[in-house]
Unconditional design. Structure first.
Length: 150
């Protein structure tokens, strides 16, 4: 997607900067994966839940909000977290369109100085950003399991 946006769109007269191309490509990919995860989460809910909501006379959107989505959220949290982590790591792909990212800068500095310290620093930065996200999702999963048990 990134290659198409950055290199193919100029052929039809649409020129975007490196940053806009990278942001647009990553956003499109994340949107597609997120839509698929949400669709799968909703389809994971047993048909009986939909039928029970209909039997109570709930309109479709009320049934979705009160019955289906609370159950689906518990199912989609882990894959959505995985998507967020993947997008954070995929920013390294932006270096393809001359958009320097953290890993590219660290690799260049490591090659220039023949010292692995910049790569270790980049790894620590990635860890500092992603570890709290993973821990938060672990907490949310445990909390969801505890609520489901009651």
């Amino acid at each position: 997607v990134l290659i198409l946006i950055y290199y193919a769109l100029p052929f039809v007269g649409i020129r975007l900067s490196s940053f806009v191309s990278a942001a647009l490509a990553l956003s499109l990919v994340l949107a597609a994966f997120t839509a698929e995860v949400c669709r799968a989460g909703i389809q994971n809910i047993p048909k009986g839940q939909f039928e029970a909501a209909a039997a109570l006379g709930l309109p479709f959107w009320v049934a979705m909000r009160k019955v289906v989505l609370p159950q689906a959220i518990r199912v989609v949290i882990p894959p959505l977290t995985s998507n967020c982590v993947s997008v954070f790591k995929d920013t390294a792909l932006a270096s393809v369109v001359a958009m320097p990212d953290l890993l590219k800068q660290a690799t260049d500095a490591q090659a220039l100085m023949a010292n692995p310290t910049p790569l270790i620093g980049a790894a620590i930065i990635y860890l500092a950003f992603l570890w709290p996200l993973v821990r938060l999702v672990g907490y949310l999963e445990e909390r969801g399991k505890a609520r489901a048990a009651h």
